[in-house]
Write a protein that binds this ligand. Structure first.
Ligand SMILES: [Zn+2]
Length: 157
């Protein structure tokens, strides 16, 4: 989206630097999330020099997402009315958390009430004794949107 927006600019190639930062940040996030190293994560997900992640949907169909890899060449003949479309940030918020927050549903019990956020600093801080801890550990989540009632139950421990 950003590239689409800026592709007619003389210096659009500087987006390459941004691309590098985003990629490094993503790999670092994955390596900490999966308790791995940067090198192992890059090796695991890179095929033919393309970083890609495969995942199964709820119907068992395998999908593939590739990290953008087509460069940032200036497009002189890009149509100005295309370039006027604002960059889209939608693809950057794919988490179910966003969807749940929008739907106003408690992630733990599904109640539709005012939500509060439960945060833990590190997944390692969860002891896994309580059902809600197991819930978060299983989903590798450090943040959860819950209803008032669940929030109180969680903070009673
Ligand atoms: Zn709840």
């Amino acid at each position: 989206g950003l590239y689409n927006y800026y592709c007619i600019a003389n210096n659009v190639n500087i987006l390459g630097k941004f691309h590098g930062i985003m990629k490094e940040s993503m790999c670092k996030t994955l390596s900490s999330k999966y308790n791995s190293t940067l090198r192992k994560i890059i090796r695991k997900y890179t095929r033919d020099k393309i970083f890609r992640v495969e995942y199964e949907d709820s119907k068992g169909k395998v999908h593939k997402r590739e990290f953008y890899h087509d460069g940032f060449k200036r497009k002189k003949d890009a149509r100005i009315d295309d370039a006027h479309i604002e960059p889209s940030y939608r693809a950057m918020q794919p988490t179910s958390l966003m969807a749940r927050l929008k739907a106003g549903k408690c992630e733990y019990c599904g109640a539709e009430e005012n939500l509060k956020m439960v945060h833990v600093r590190k997944l390692k801080d969860l002891e896994g004794k309580q059902p809600w801890e197991k819930f978060m550990i299983a989903r590798k989540r450090k943040t959860m949107a819950v209803c008032e009632c669940c929030y109180r139950k969680i903070h009673a421990h």
